[in-house]
Design a protein. Structure first.
Length: 311
């Protein structure tokens, strides 16, 4: 994602960014060459997840500025944890090379897994990679906010990686909800073998009542605790649930069947409304038709105007 003018000017004013930018540019050709060597076919069949982990170690410690001591594999079930001075900053889920296939449902399943491990370790940033692409997000306000989406096979140095650098990772990044995820394909992927199927499915956790994963809820207080998952509005495959979406909207805006949703903090309401509004827009309910739309979507449109939210 190309930074807008304001973001670019702010970054160029940071000496740390300029140093890291130059390091990425200088190290990128060597990284691509080593990555290609590591992805050569192996004698004993499929390339294992360990190859992705090796590629990521090279990325974070040679292309970026993390010390080798800060690259920690296999920490409490997490594939990789990046830390500095004992502070854990990023949990990374490494998948079999090319198993994510830039496919949104598959990436989201992997992110759910990473987010669960991150919540268990009180880490607020997560990433997934298959050695071909890398997607990272912040865990905030009951959901995920895009942070980085880059190709690890691109000829051009991926300067957005600065946001995952030792000094860039601590800085907030404000970009529109879903702006990076839109670059992912929504087409279904048919696994070519059982190993790829396992990589795609991940280690899933389902809500005991709804039998849905965390990504299907508009608010997730803790990815490791299903009791904090509120307002189901998507089906398991990521498509919009036409029956549950209006109920979720009504719950967050008014009372639904006599009880207001509990457990959603005030500071998260705006982001929850935004997620539901994005889904309503995708489903064709926004902007509403005054003469034809359901009352719940008319009220949602009013709330968006008051909160100055543009889905």
């Amino acid at each position: 994602m190309v930074p807008n003018g304001t973001e670019h000017d702010e970054l160029e004013g940071l000496a740390g960014y300029r140093r890291c930018r130059d390091q990425i540019r200088n190290a990128w050709p060597g990284f691509l060459a080593r990555r290609a060597e590591r992805l050569q076919p192996h004698l004993f069949g499929n390339t294992p997840e360990k190859i992705t982990e090796t590629i990521l170690e090279d990325l974070f410690t040679n292309v970026l500025d993390w010390p080798l001591s800060g690259f920690n594999p296999q920490v409490n079930f997490a594939d990789i944890v990046l830390s500095d001075l004992s502070i854990r900053w990023l949990v990374v889920e490494a998948k079999r090379p090319n198993s994510l296939a830039r496919n949104r449902p598959v990436v989201e399943r992997a992110i759910d897994q990473a987010a669960r491990y991150a919540d268990e370790q009180h880490v607020k940033k997560v990433a997934v990679s298959d050695g071909l692409m890398l997607y990272a997000a912040n865990i905030e306000n009951g959901g995920l906010r895009d942070r980085v989406f880059v190709s690890l096979a691109a000829e051009e140095p991926q300067l957005d990686l600065w946001w995952l650098s030792l000094h860039g990772i601590e800085r907030p990044r404000e970009i529109p909800h879903g702006a990076l995820a839109q670059q992912l394909s929504t087409e279904p992927v048919v696994p070519t073998n059982a190993a790829d199927a396992g990589a795609a499915d991940g280690d899933g956790l389902l809500h005991p009542k709804y039998r849905l994963p965390a990504r299907c809820f508009a608010y997730v207080g803790n990815y490791a605790d299903t009791g904090t998952w509120k307002l189901p509005y998507l089906k398991e495959d990521g498509t919009i649930d036409a029956k549950r979406l209006p109920k979720a909207v009504q719950c967050i805006l008014t009372n639904y069947r006599g009880s207001r949703v509990r457990g959603i903090p005030e500071q998260s309401i705006r982001d929850v409304v935004t997620r539901l509004a994005n889904a309503a827009t995708r489903a064709g309910h926004l902007p509403p038709d005054i003469s034809n739309s359901a009352q719940v979507y008319l009220r949602l449109a009013e709330a968006l105007e008051q909160l100055e939210i543009t889905p």
